[in-house]
Design a protein around this ligand. Structure first.
Ligand SMILES: Nc1ncnc2c1ncn2[C@@H]1O[C@H](COP(=O)(O)OP(=O)(O)OP(=O)(O)O)[C@@H](O)[C@H]1O
Ligand SMILES: [Mg+2]
Length: 253
């Protein structure tokens, strides 16, 4: 907030009203055993934004997502994570999921032996119901066509769609996507982009980790770059794309 805007607030309300961010990560530090990996990450996201979390291999992107989803590994040793007024840093993984934070890991975790539909129905069993099957199938026609097929036999792109659909079957407020485009053909990447854009329009907030920085930035409002577990850039996607030094140093684009 600018000084002028703050002064206007003071005049208007007699006191400074700081706006509560939709999602805020405040100086989090996380460890795998003795290994200190997430080294003071801070970021804010507004509702309905897509934020690209970028950086070289081993920069700590996956670890940051796992810390936010409260997986316990890496263990969060200090810092705060807030989903509006909910202290996510005090939660366990299932509590964070119930609060609306859904992590789609790189391997997508489609459950073997279950059909597409059974994977979706299973996601709806836990508290915090999201979309019903009709709504999911209307947004994911490929899944509707394949509802009786075993989930693990889907193509890579279809499995990624199923993983996102499964997150929507829960109460989804913040979607954490780890390398959703990995191994997918450009035409499938575009199809998933359309889905992510669709759900953004519905107010869902997303953090996307991608090696394919160009594709991630095409979709994103803002970006954060990590290097050795620390934030080295926060800004708009355009600011990053317009900065050849950052592109070259951290994104190789
Ligand atoms: N389970 C683990 N135990 C110990 N160290 C780990 C573990 N998982 C990751 N690390 C280390 O933490 C650091 C960050 O890894 P992380 O997977 O978060 O990086 P990343 O940015 O997601 O990389 P990539 O782009 O290759 O996926 C790396 O040095 C990695 O070796
Ligand atoms: Mg990773």
């Amino acid at each position: 907030m600018s000084v002028i805007a703050m002064q206007e607030d003071i005049v208007a309300a007699g006191t400074v009203q700081a706006e509560t961010p939709f999602f805020a990560v405040r100086d989090i530090h996380a460890y795998y055993g003795e290994s200190y990996i997430v080294q003071g990450v801070t970021m804010d996201i507004r509702q309905g934004e897509i934020l690209a979390l970028l950086g070289r291999n081993g920069a700590g992107k996956t670890s940051t997502l796992r810390a936010i989803a409260r997986t316990g590994n890496p263990a969060l040793k200090s810092g705060e994570i807030w989903l509006r007024d909910k202290p996510v840093h005090t939660m366990r993984d299932f509590e964070a999921a119930r609060a609306g934070i859904q992590l789609v890991p790189e391997d997508r975790r489609i459950i073997q032996g279950l059909s597409v539909e059974e994977n979706l129905v299973l996601a709806q069993v836990a508290p915090g119901r999201g979309w019903d099957l009709d709504r999911i199938y209307s947004h994911f026609p490929r899944l509707a066509e394949r509802r009786n097929q075993e989930g693990v036999t889907l193509s890579g792109g279809e499995q990624q769609m199923l993983a996102v659909a499964r997150a929507l079957a829960r109460d989804l407020k913040l979607l954490l996507l780890d390398e959703p485009y990995e191994g997918l053909a450009p035409v499938i990447v575009q199809e998933i982009e359309r889905i992510l854009y669709d759900i953004k329009e519905l107010g869902i907030t997303t953090i996307i980790v991608e090696q394919n920085a160009v594709a991630a930035l095409r979709l994103s409002d803002r970006a954060v770059i990590l290097d050795t577990g620390q934030v080295v850039f926060t800004g708009t996607a355009k600011e990053l794309l317009d900065n050849p030094q950052l592109r070259n140093e951290y994104l190789a684009i």
